[in-house]
Design a protein around this ligand. Structure first.
Ligand SMILES: [Zn+2]
Length: 240
């Protein structure tokens, strides 16, 4: 055996039963004649002994193995808990969505034909009796604070309505004279900015839109279908 073989076997030399008697004898014979390996071997043994002493001096807590097991158990419990939390979060989000959908679905108002007939009767009475006062009363009952313009011929009124314009409930009156129709929206100035001058009119492919001052608080948007002539819809006595 050469020096490197001897040195590679050295770690097993001090352990009982890991080397054959023959190998052990060979190593001892080599150490006896090789001062280099002898020195090396001694240093190795001294190092091992020193490490062993240090290890023995380290105070090992008596329940260290238990502590390690507890730590592992805690970590796996924590991981399991996180997993449960994640699943629970997803599940509750799903439940919330379903509940919300159900609430929206079931809270749809019931359409009652009796109620509907009552509304239409009322609308008819207020619309076709030819007076501005009945239009005022219609919007008062609808709960809309509005202004009902004076200079329209209310015998031409064909429809009264409350419509949402940009989310604001707005009074709407429709006047019809022959083939010409004027649809009048009453916009509260505190909720809408209204252009003036040339900007206050526009012509579409089927209608003409015109803004008209009506009162201090309200402005009219008049949409004409047919002839865009305000005078067609004015009260008979007022055309000068
Ligand atoms: Zn040697």
């Amino acid at each position: 055996m050469n020096c490197s073989t001897i040195r590679s076997l050295a770690p097993f030399f001090s352990r009982h039963g890991e080397l054959s008697d023959e190998d052990r004898a060979t190593i001892e014979a080599h150490l006896a004649v090789c001062p280099s390996c002898q020195g090396w071997f001694q240093r190795e043994q001294e190092f091992d002994a020193a490490v062993a002493r240090v290890i023995q001096q380290v105070e090992v807590p008596s329940d260290l193995p238990n502590a390690i097991w507890r730590k592992i158990a805690t970590q796996s419990r924590r991981a399991a808990r996180m997993k449960v939390l994640r699943v629970a979060a997803v599940a509750s989000a799903v439940v919330l969505l379903v509940a919300l959908g159900w609430k929206i679905w079931t809270s749809r108002p019931v359409v009652d034909p009796v109620q509907w007939a009552a509304w239409e009767d009322q609308r008819y009475v207020f619309t076709y009796n030819g007076s501005r006062e009945s239009a005022v009363e219609f919007f008062a009952r609808s709960g809309v604070k509005t202004f009902v313009p004076y200079d329209f011929d209310y015998t031409l009124l064909t429809r009264l309505d409350v419509v949402a314009v940009e989310g604001t409930p707005v009074a709407c009156l429709v006047f019809q004279k022959g083939p010409n129709r004027a649809k009048v929206y009453v916009l509260p100035k505190r909720r809408f900015r209204v252009p003036r001058g040339e900007l206050a009119a526009a012509t579409g492919s089927h209608c003409t839109v015109e803004f008209a001052e009506s009162s201090r608080e309200f402005v009219l948007v008049i949409v004409y279908f047919g002839e865009p002539n305000r005078q067609l819809f004015m009260p008979p006595g007022s055309i000068g």
